[in-house]
Design a protein around this ligand. Structure first.
Ligand code: GAL
Length: 441
């Protein structure tokens, strides 16, 4: 077979994504610390040192990323470190972040920095968190402080990571702190997150004129389980509207479309210079009276699809193409800000990477303005309420010894990043089961 090469545009950003609480270790000033102390994490797991980035191991991990051809990295700033109490800015913490981000740039990696990735300072949580509109007034000075401190090195900012996941898990399903299951709170929080995003967007631009700011939204494909069934069709449409469309629509149009009302927030209109898409999987939706808490939607995977180790993610690469197709409606550049799979033995990951990057390439071939791809994640990290039970890293982490072991997927991703292309040869060596599908003949 002739060797095929799928090329990516010059300057395409290839990297991995991380978040502060998941990699730094020793975060004791945020609401996830309270949550862990309350025993709310699977197996009573604790982040402990995590990847020990606060202890300095970011250096060796950034070396790993840079040596593997990555030219970008998405990371987040921990609000509770920068402002552990309402009246105190921790300048040492800001210096630490400045050093890390300088560390990225001197290794030739473009930083993309997230300002809110699920965690809140304990003092914010005590005041009612995102249910309290006052949180926005506290978020803005924090954003300004960080942008002022890091603007020499950072141009791309994500205001809020996955406001849709955060709101749903913290206020509808109760898996994230504060563990509520309350529709009234959910809608209040969704509104305040839009306000917070918009205020942060304006603050970023005030401090740094040439910045590019947007949010990273989790996109989940949702299709009716029974294609012919009007109630399944309706539920899939409705769930997708509330979950996928709500936040980017609000930032695009300034309109927040709830089931029973529309709120207009003119200050939110046009507050995205790019859209970050976090894509992991897609699912089927059936109408079910038993699933009251999920607003009558039974969400499940296609029984034919391959599942990740703990059944958390179904391997549905064509869903990434759908996510990108959905994203271009906003008429702004797109970045895949997260994509990955939990797979300790690295059994599906090479295939997952090859097939998702193939879908990404398809989007690029349609001339869609896709600027980068960030794999989740570099080294195994602390996976929220699932603790250490899921392993998403290109490198395996031994939490006790802090030893990293390279997985085969890291080699595949390195070849892609270094050459800026995906070739049939790579697929043949790392994911032979995908060869016929991606390169038929
Ligand atoms: C995303 C989240 C990440 C990471 C990932 C894998 O929703 O933004 O922090 O946990 O899922 O579970």
């Amino acid at each position: 077979m002739a060797r095929a090469r799928l090329k990516f545009p010059r300057g395409f950003l290839w990297g991995t994504a991380t978040s502060s609480h998941q990699v730094e270790g020793q975060n004791t000033h945020n609401d996830w610390h309270t949550w862990q102390e309350e025993g709310q994490i699977q197996n009573d797991d604790k982040p402990g040192l995590a990847c020990d980035w606060w202890g300095g191991r970011w250096k060796e991990d950034f070396d790993r990323a840079a040596e593997s051809g990555q030219n970008a990295h998405r990371m987040s700033i921990e609000w509770s470190r920068v402002q552990p109490t309402p009246d105190r800015w921790d300048e040492d913490a800001l210096d630490h972040y400045r050093e890390m981000i300088r560390g990225l740039t001197i290794r030739g990696m473009t930083p993309v920095v997230t300002l809110h990735h699920f965690t809140n300072p304990k003092w914010i949580a005590k005041k009612g968190g995102w249910e309290n509109r006052e949180t926005i007034q506290h978020f803005v000075p924090y954003v300004e402080k960080v942008v002022e401190a890091l603007s020499d090195y950072v141009k791309h900012w994500c205001t809020i990571n996955e406001p849709n996941v955060y709101a749903t898990l913290a206020y509808l399903f109760g898996d994230f702190p504060p563990g509520k299951q309350d529709l009234g709170s959910l809608f209040k929080v969704m509104t305040n997150l839009v306000r917070g995003h918009a205020a942060a967007y304006h603050a970023i631009h005030r401090v740094q004129k040439e910045s590019r700011a947007g949010m990273a939204v989790n996109y989940r494909g949702m299709a009716p389980a029974r294609k012919w069934h009007p109630l399944d069709q309706f539920m899939a449409w409705f769930q997708s509207k509330m979950y996928n469309d709500f936040f980017p629509n609000a930032a695009h149009s300034g309109r927040l479309t709830f089931p029973y009302k529309i709120i207009r927030l003119p200050e939110a209109k046009g507050t995205q210079d790019f859209l970050g898409i976090n894509y992991y999987t897609q699912e089927l939706i059936s109408f079910s009276l038993q699933h009251r808490q999920e607003l009558f939607a039974h969400r499940h995977f296609d029984p034919h699809s391959k599942l990740s180790t703990t059944g958390f993610i179904a391997h549905e690469p064509q869903g990434l193409f759908q996510a990108l197709k959905w994203g271009i409606q906003y008429g702004i550049p797109l970045m895949v800000t997260e994509n990955g799979i939990e797979d300790p033995e690295d059994e599906i990951r090479p295939q997952y990477i090859a097939e998702h990057i193939y879908q990404l390439w398809q989007g690029i071939n349609y001339n869609w303005p896709i600027k980068g791809y960030f794999h989740w994640t570099l080294v195994d990290n602390f996976e929220w309420e699932r603790g250490w039970s899921q392993r998403f890293g290109l490198w395996d982490l031994d939490l006790e010894s802090q030893a990293r072991t390279r997985r085969k997927s890291a080699d595949l991703y390195q070849e892609i990043c270094r050459t800026n292309e995906l070739t049939s040869g790579m697929v043949e060596s790392y994911a032979p089961q995908s060869l016929e599908r991606l390169f038929p003949g």
